[in-house]
Design a binder for this molecule. Structure first.
Ligand SMILES: Cc1ncc(COP(=O)(O)O)c(C=O)c1O
Length: 474
């Protein structure tokens, strides 16, 4: 076996209990009728074509549209990423001004490069206890007369939902033709009364599901749902044809079809929710856990119980210290963590036993920490998020295509930045390509230490790409 294969089988042998994507959690039951070798086929007679479906793929997409409440559904084989990109491209020629959350996933930033729109950013509301962008104040920034399309994320990676209903009601009053596009990558499972209402139910025009994240589809398979006629379906189809592979995997497509059927089995989630409630009552006093009590605060309008977001500050230990203990002693694998938060994702493939194991692990962790003398962790790095957005000189597309050079970070004040730099998590850009380097951004970049970075090639050498400015550019 090669290095990659060895790495995967070594990982699998460790037998971690998964609280990360994919949502099927490696359970065979979701794939019992999927013949992995036999079904890895291409567009052969009788197998239809993803880019112009009229047979079995069209039927499967139609069924998914019924299940999720859309007028039409497109299966995606390049992840939710391609759904965000296609949504923006489909607006080309009809829209100039797009409102986008600054805390959007990087696929939205790449969609801005591809589409060329000048974004009008909405700043997230940072929750002071979690130090994370959990909410959005819809009233604060939207200037309805100037906006021609709006893209929002609902729910966030962490399970907090913005007041999408209010946004859509305002759209109906003030800008009835304005398309509202929703990245519901983390909420494909929003069906039935156990979860917040889905964006389709609330009336959004285009809705993206990363079906692999919480439902049972194979990694990289996703869906783009459409309702109404505010966005041209012909343009949407053309965009998907432009962006998606010409050899779509039938395994991914078949897993999407099955994921829709399993999503209807709402009763799978009921025992999981009961266990999550027990988790809150067992350890909720000792950690800070995002919960229904947070609804109505800091721009949070709903909380999805299937995302367990735990802040470790009340315990006085770092999140990485806690993760080390939970992985080693309890075999628990979270989705992500930063200095002070850990996120556990529950998917349709989790069992009540998994959640009991999580509760037990957290309980032991809290008892062990509270009885020891190692409680000296404090928030050190509150500056991973800038408070004032830097001036946008070039659009992300103009900046992407411009001539660039690398210079020492310390000398970059006033230059137009040529790369998008985000600490991950939470993945909110400190600076987006095309923006000017301000003292606050520079100070933040100089201060933040090692960690995971999205899009900063020069972290080790403390250099940054800037745009070669031509005469008259300002
Ligand atoms: C909010 C959000 N949108 C879109 C995506 C992209 O989805 P995918 O990983 O399926 O390409 C992600 C991925 O993490 C995400 O967090």
């Amino acid at each position: 076996m090669g290095d990659l294969g060895e790495g995967l089988s070594h990982y699998q042998r460790q037998g971690f209990c998964s609280f990360h994507t994919p949502g099927h959690k490696g359970r065979q039951e979701f794939f019992h009728d999927l013949n992995f070798c036999g079904f890895d086929l291409t567009e052969l007679p009788g197998l239809d074509m993803l880019h112009s479906p009229s047979g079995i793929i069209a039927q499967a997409q139609k069924r998914s549209a019924q299940i999720f409440g859309a007028n039409e559904t497109y299966f995606l084989v390049n992840g939710g990423t391609v759904g965000n990109q296609a949504m923006f491209l489909a607006l080309s020629g009809t829209t100039k001004h797009v409102v986008v959350e600054r805390s959007s996933h990087r696929s939205v930033m790449s969609a801005l490069v591809l589409s060329g729109f000048r974004p009008d950013y909405l700043s997230p509301v940072i929750h002071p206890e979690f130090n994370l962008p959990l909410g959005l104040d819809i009233e604060e920034r939207l200037s309805w007369s100037e906006v021609s399309a709006c893209h929002v994320t609902y729910p966030s990676y962490y399970g907090a939902g913005i007041d999408l209903q209010r946004l859509l009601a305002k759209r109906a009053d003030l800008a009835p033709d304005m398309p509202v596009l929703v990245d519901q990558a983390h909420g494909s499972h929003f069906l039935g009364s156990l979860f917040p209402a889905s964006a389709l139910k609330l009336g959004a025009d285009l809705v993206l599901h990363s079906t692999h994240k919480t439902l049972s589809a194979l990694t990289q398979s996703a869906m783009l749902h459409v309702q109404g006629s505010r966005v041209s379906r012909a343009r949407l189809r053309q965009s998907l044809e432009l962006l998606q592979s010409s050899s779509p995997s039938y395994l991914l497509l078949a897993s999407l079809e099955r994921a829709g059927e399993y999503a209807l089995e709402i009763e799978r989630w009921e025992p999981l929710r009961e266990e999550v409630e027990k988790l809150h009552s067992t350890v909720g006093e000792r950690f800070r856990i995002l919960s229904q009590k947070d609804v109505g605060t800091y721009g949070i309008h709903s909380v999805d119980w299937s995302k367990v977001l735990i802040n470790t500050l009340p315990l006085g230990v770092s999140a990485s210290h806690c993760v080390e203990f939970l992985r080693k002693d309890f075999g628990l694998e979270p989705e992500l963590w930063d200095e002070e938060n850990i996120l556990f994702l529950i998917g349709i493939g989790n069992t009540p036993e998994d959640i009991r194991r999580l509760t037990k692990g957290l309980d032991h962790l809290a008892n062990r920490t509270l009885s020891s003398n190692t409680k000296d962790f404090k928030r050190q790095n509150a500056r991973r998020i800038v408070t004032s957005l830097p001036p946008q000189i070039l659009t992300p597309r103009e900046a992407f295509l411009a001539k660039k050079r690398q210079i020492p970070l310390r000398e970059s004040l006033g230059y137009i930045v040529g790369e998008t730099i985000s600490p991950y998590p939470p993945g909110i850009p400190i600076v987006v390509m095309g923006e000017q380097m301000t003292p606050e951004v520079l100070e933040t970049l100089l201060m933040v230490g090692k960690g995971h970075w999205q899009g900063w090639q020069g972290f080790e050498t403390q250099t940054i790409w800037i745009i070669e400015e031509e005469q008259g550019m300002s």
